[in-house]
Ligand binder design. Sequence first.
Ligand SMILES: [Mg+2]
Length: 135
Amino acid sequence: MIRETITIAVDFDGTIVEDAYPDIGRPIIFAFDTLKKLQSQGHRLILWTYRKGRTLDEAVAFCKENGIVFYAVNNSFPEEEFDITHSRKIHADVFIDDRNIGGLKGWGEIYQQLTGEAAPAKSKTQKKGFFSFLK
Ligand SMILES: [Mg+2]
């Protein structure tokens, strides 16, 4: 469980949405809900993706439509300019990426691990989803 606020780098294709690059796939279940919850707890979210230019703009816009505005995009902080004298690796405390060894954990598990709260139990009667209480 996180007691301080941390910086979380999140991949896009295959992580927030199903991988349909260069198109935008369907959101992966609970991804946006979990990201919103983490942001509401004060954590910084960085979008860390291979996308650039138009496809990047589309991804950023898609996330905004779904309630997520990132602290930084493909940078460690908003004003950072890419400079070859510095490492390309961004500074983040945690990376969430479908290329993790072992694959992407389910967002329910990510939620639980990062917030220390159990992901809400699945309800057969509640068709809006487990995370509807967050909205
Ligand atoms: Mg990916």
